[in-house]
Design a binder for this molecule. Structure first.
Ligand SMILES: [Zn+2]
Length: 363
């Protein structure tokens, strides 16, 4: 007799109760998304958050800072209030909780006072999974939030450290890094998640961060006049989607082969990517499947197979340039050799993307 299986991903948000008891008995996981600024978690992890909520898991977005510097014409007090309201609306859209550690924007430091705030937040929520930034990300607040979570990680299970906060752990939670497009060292994906089916909902969540995705970030690209004065939903949506796609454009190109191999029958248009941090619990494949449902989990060999293409391409380009130079010499000297053929280091698409991303600093 065949057993009825339920497509949990197809379940509407908040509708767990209509599913059979057996499906409700799966372990409810708690996931803490600790990012630097109020909009970061929606932008970097919104698709995963929606996928997990649809399965009944609990999500909490945490912004270390109150975001009170990310604007070009608002004062810090009004901006912090506005960003708090935006973050609450975005969290509500996902069905998540929200908290800010209320550090001033641009003032995240790795010190005892801020480590205490991070420790309190993690121990009180006792998550199974924490997602944060890599300590290599572009913005100092991002790097230091990542560092604070790393510094908290082992201390979470040490009851004599910060005894004023209860110590719920004997095992560490799993810790993962959200995607960034910096390559020193390169992002090594443990998880690639197709979010094409929840992408529209993710974009709508990101749209709640009006002060950032529609005002501040366009300003940092000298595009603050792109938004028409009268309310234009489609234009707003277009700007927000462009920013989301820009954030993941290098992931889409760098991991294209892994995505194709992992999802052979799907047209994957939008992804999120995560790397497991070595200092948290190291999850089994079974646990990865629970924490990142519907994802693919490339092995080291898969990743090396893809990245090994890049040196091959570089070698081919070098050989081609050598051949052009020799040909030019044969034809009468190299004075006409194109400038780029003389350069020893070709600029790759990846380095161009990184440089562009560095230009567009955001709060
Ligand atoms: Zn940020």
């Amino acid at each position: 007799m065949s057993q009825k299986t339920w497509d949990l991903d197809a379940r509407p948000l908040g509708a767990e109760w209509i599913y059979p008891r057996r499906e409700k008995e799966h372990k409810i996981r708690k996931v803490l998304l600790i990012c630097a600024h109020p909009d970061d978690a929606d932008l970097l992890t919104g698709g995963l958050a929606m996928r997990l909520r649809a399965r009944g898991h609990k999500i909490k977005f945490v912004s270390a800072t109150n975001g009170n510097k990310g604007h070009y014409k608002m004062d810090p007090v009004s901006l912090a209030k506005r960003r708090h309201d935006e973050a609450l609306k975005a969290a509500d859209h996902v069905g998540a909780d929200y908290e800010t550690l209320n550090i001033n924007d641009g003032e995240v430091w790795v010190n005892d006072e801020q480590l205490r705030r991070v420790m309190r937040c993690i121990r009180e929520y006792a998550p199974d999974l924490i997602i944060t930034h890599r300590p290599n990300d572009y913005h100092r607040d991002h790097r230091y939030v990542g560092q604070l979570v790393m510094d908290a990680s082992y201390m979470l299970i040490v009851p004599l450290m910060y005894p004023e906060y209860r110590t719920p752990y004997r095992d560490m939670p799993v810790i993962a890094y959200a995607y960034d497009n910096f390559d020193n060292p390169p992002f090594s994906p443990t998880v690639i998640l197709d979010i094409t089916d929840v992408y529209e909902k993710k974009a709508m969540g990101c749209m709640q961060h009006e002060s950032q995705l529609l005002e501040w970030l366009p300003y940092t690209y000298s595009m603050e006049n792109t938004l028409p004065e009268e309310y234009d939903y489609n234009k707003r949506r277009e700007i927000v989607e462009t920013l989301i796609q820009y954030q993941f454009s290098s992931a889409m190109s760098n991991f294209r082969k892994l995505v194709k191999a992992g999802y052979p029958d799907r047209k994957v248009r939008q992804i999120e990517v995560y790397e497991i941090c070595p200092y948290g619990k190291q999850p089994s494949l079974k646990e990865l499947k629970e924490l990142f449902p519907g994802a693919i989990y490339p092995s080291k060999a898969d990743i090396e197979g893809v990245t090994s293409d890049i040196p091959d391409l570089k070698e081919q380009i070098k050989d081609l340039k050598k051949e052009i130079k020799e040909l030019k010499v044969k034809l009468g000297g190299d004075k006409d050799v194109p400038k780029e053929a003389k350069e020893s280091k070709p600029a790759t698409k990846e380095t161009k993307v990184s440089a562009k991303a560095k230009e567009g600093d955001k709060k």
